[in-house]
Design a protein around this ligand. Structure first.
Ligand code: TYD
Length: 134
């Protein structure tokens, strides 16, 4: 079995171009409390953490990156994101890393809650313990 991470959005397309609309509780499987974006990225990978409670949806608006997901129970995914129609659902208790950003990469993240450092698990062995105690 693989991690159920894949979201694909409906594109509203006409002669003027394309539009994607995202609503909390509809296309996005939670209420959206926070949006942040990443840009001007370099060769340095990011992430390397999981969250106790937070759920997030990651969308690559421009360029490309690779997203690595690990559920701590042997299920791992390596996802190439390069299309704003596609997104990765990063559920709570999923270790995630972002690698190989293109120079023009712009990433939007929709999150289910406000920023809270106490919700981060930045140590992989603590992540494994949290999975065992789930
Ligand atoms: P971090 O989550 O470590 O970034 P990444 O997962 O991309 O590696 O966040 C980097 C810094 O920004 C860290 O000091 C926390 C801060 N931050 C906020 O203040 N608010 C936010 O919503 C986010 C995501 C990060």
């Amino acid at each position: 079995m693989s991690i159920d991470y894949s979201l694909k959005f409906k594109v509203l397309s006409d002669a003027r171009g394309k539009l994607i609309a995202l609503e909390g509780g509809r296309q996005i499987p939670f209420d959206i409390k926070r949006i942040y974006y990443l840009y001007d990225l370099n060769d340095l990978p990011r992430g390397f953490h999981a969250h106790y409670k937070l759920k997030q949806v990651m969308i690559c608006l421009n360029g490309s990156l690779r997203v690595y997901l690990d559920d701590g129970k042997g299920r791992k995914e390596n996802i190439e994101l390069s299309n704003p129609q596609e997104a990765v659902l990063i559920d709570n208790l999923v270790w995630h890393e972002m690698h190989d950003f293109s120079k023009d990469c712009v990433i939007a993240v929709l999150a289910s809650d406000y920023y809270d450092e106490a919700d981060y698990i930045r140590d992989y062995s603590i992540f494994e313990k949290a999975i065992r105690e789930r």
